[in-house]
Design a protein around this ligand. Structure first.
Ligand code: SF4
Length: 370
């Protein structure tokens, strides 16, 4: 039980009852670079023990990236065509940004001690001659400032540098984000999050971290928000009561977002119940969607060999800009693609904006998109 013991977790400061959850080891486990962005949002955040398919995919891609930098022929085995293309793009960007300097990719070279974080950290690749590290990210653009500050802090200690640039390579989007820190900035960011986490007065703060939090279904702070939204619906005037009040509308929407998450989690439990042979859930059924029929690209090419490339492209229709940029980068590296990328009609919708809330301690700046 030592690695997955049931431990009692202190309640979020808003008054939830103590609860027992499965968590990997001790509380110090939380202080990892990857947890810092979430702890900066909510100091009571506890990582969920379930790694999930996204984490498994991230590890696979990190591993393939290292092998690619090492020149291993088998590097891309097990990756989809899209992933292979993205990884080649990431390799090209890494080599371009490293110039003639040596790129270190072995785990032992990429590991670092980070003051205050007992487990240290590990970048995906480092170019010490350029005071730069690289980190692959899959999925959408997210805020990784605190994690990158931790790497920069540790790597500046290791390489006796006073400035460091962390380069994030967003594989699925083919986007590069640079974050440059001075030693004081990086240390300040890390120490601020640790202080926020250790502050006994700090409160559970619902936000982007909740989706990954082990307490998400029992957190009182989150429940309070959801209950507030439900109470609006109980009012005689309903939503009419808040429709012209930006503050109330915002709180209502935030609470609904958490209700939506709870709905998704509930559906996941229902799916497991059905798949486990459960008798049924009134009002719901398990729906299996038939997979789309398709013809593999190689089979299209041989079956329709009489068509010219242009005619085949017409059959396929428009190519996404990301795929085009990827194919271009595979052939021409970092050279700008021709000016043929078009954009469809814009649409307007409301989305949640990143919370302006920062850890209580003083803010430090990182330079982005340089
Ligand atoms: S569920 Fe959200 S608010 Fe509650 S402790 Fe976890 S991260 Fe914080």
């Amino acid at each position: 039980m030592s690695d997955a013991a049931a431990v009692t977790i202190e309640p979020p400061a808003t008054g939830a009852l103590p609860l027992a959850v499965e968590k990997p080891t001790l509380f110090m486990e939380l202080l990892r670079p990857s947890s810092l962005p979430k702890l900066a949002v909510c100091p009571r955040y506890v990582p969920s023990a379930e790694a999930g398919p996204y984490a498994a995919r991230g590890s696979k891609l990190d591993n393939a990236f290292r092998l690619l930098l090492a020149g291993e022929a088998s590097a891309l085995e097990g990756c989809t065509e899209e992933e292979q293309s993205s990884l080649r793009w990431a390799e090209a960007m890494t080599r371009l940004l490293s110039g003639e300097e040596a790129i270190l990719y072995e785990k032992t070279d990429c590991r670092m001690r980070i003051p205050g974080l007992p487990h240290g950290g590990e970048a995906d690749a480092i170019t010490p001659g350029r005071f730069r590290s690289f980190d692959l990210k899959s999925g959408i653009l997210r805020e990784y400032r605190e994690q990158m500050a931790a790497y920069a802090y540790g790597l500046m200690e290791k390489h006796f540098a006073s400035e460091w640039t962390c380069t994030l390579l967003f594989l699925d989007l083919r986007q590069v984000v640079h974050m440059r820190f001075t030693y004081e900035e990086a240390r300040g960011v890390v120490e601020n999050v640790i202080a926020y986490y250790r502050d006994p007065e700090s409160m559970a703060t619902p936000g982007d971290a909740c989706g990954w939090c082990a307490l998400r279904e029992v957190c009182q702070a989150r429940r309070n928000l959801m209950a507030e939204s439900l109470r609006v619906l109980e009012l005689k005037e309903g939503l009419d009561h808040i429709k012209d009040d930006p503050e109330k509308l915002s709180r209502f929407l935030v609470g609904c977002k958490h209700l939506e998450d709870a709905y998704k989690n509930g559906k996941e439990y229902a799916r497991r119940f059905f798949e486990g042979g459960g008798a049924g859930i009134p009002g719901f059924k398990l729906q299996t969607r038939k997979g789309n029929e398709f013809v593999a690209p190689g089979d299209v090419a041989s079956a329709l060999a009489h068509l010219k490339p242009g005619e085949l492209c017409q059959l396929y229709g428009n190519l996404s800009a990301e795929k085009f940029r990827g194919a271009w980068a595979d052939k021409y590296g970092a050279a700008d693609p021709p000016d043929i990328i078009q954009a469809g009609n814009a649409s307007t919708y409301v989305r949640a904006a990143p919370s302006p809330k920062e850890p209580k301690a003083k803010k430090t700046k990182a330079l982005k998109n340089q």
